[in-house]
Design a protein around this ligand. Sequence first.
Ligand SMILES: Cc1ncc(COP(=O)(O)O)c(C=O)c1O
Length: 400
Amino acid sequence: MSFLAKSLSNIKPSPTIAVSMKAAELKAAGKDIISLGMGEPDFDTPENIKQAAIKAIEQGDTKYTAVDGSASLKKAIIEKLKRENSLEYKPSEIIVSTGAKQVIYNALIATLNHDDEVLIPAPYWVSYPDMVLLGSGTPVIVESSARNNFKISAESLEEKITAKTKWLILNSPSNPTGACYTEKELRALANVLLRHPQVHILSDDIYEHLIFDNFKFFNIATIEPKLKERVLLVNGVSKGYAMTGWRIGYGAGPQNLIKAMSVIQSQSTSCPSSVSQAASVEALNGTQEFIKPNAEIFQKRRDMVVAALNSIEGISCNVPNGAFYVFPSCKGLYGKKSISGKVILNDNDFAAYLLEEALVAVVPGIAFGAPDFFRISYAASEEFLHNSMQRIKDACNKLK
Ligand SMILES: Cc1ncc(COP(=O)(O)O)c(C=O)c1O
């Protein structure tokens, strides 16, 4: 009898975390490694949010809260969704969890039965397929292409829907591509979804506040109110408010789904941290002044990184409208040889070459279901990025 659960046999640890750990290991061994694998803002949490947490500790706000989140945070979330997304929810339609990741996990575990299919547009965030597998569901990948800016079309969506499709996962702005769906593109997807009432939509909006070029963010439920009862909106404070370590995310959706997710949460983590919830109330209710300047900084970095990558022969990079990632192709370098004689045959080889030759850690596209590409996170200082782009350029120029 095997000691470990069978469900684990299909699951792999997060490859992005693995890259960061490998980079940290090499750094500890004295190598001057630059890691572009991180998925978190390099900014500090804003002062007003930190002060709210300190006050919460001093006031003794340090006990368990309601399983699905404190009343004050739920109120702040409801107001945020009304103010920014024109969506109305009741407290019973909101759950607060330990990061957006736990919201997604709860939702999939609460709904999937053996053989249920979940549509995942590729390139995808590394955790989606594994979470579906943990819930005994079947991930069904919907392909997109760089030509289409890594966005799926209404036709490709319709092709993959079957009677067994339970969810479509939408993530805009996207990790790993930074792609953002326009109002028109979401409308086209909504028209398909209206024809298939068995399909629910998990809309992962975690990068909502990181958008550039005056792009306008939309949730699909705002565009098509008839879909609202089938949408689980997922968001949180991690990325927009530089609060990755505070671990607060939230979900808004139909009451029966939220109730089922709360049951799972009650038997796993009980509730999210009370102090982090108090800080998140301030994040959502307090000044939003830093969001725009932060996005402007990221936009400037994006422009610099995209220009640098596109100046390298064999690499081509789209200009994304959001998040803090770029997803360039390295296909133009295939067949080339390093000084030590190693031939670059795929994105894994290329990422390994960059780590060895340039001492720069990037994540190969295969981890996101998109071979021939690699992901760079530009959540790092300009100086750091300049330095790493120069290293990548030098290493690529050495390939013959
Ligand atoms: C697309 C996407 N969704 C969800 C998450 C999880 O966010 P949180 O830190 O709130 O759990 C991440 C984190 O990297 C992400 O990239």
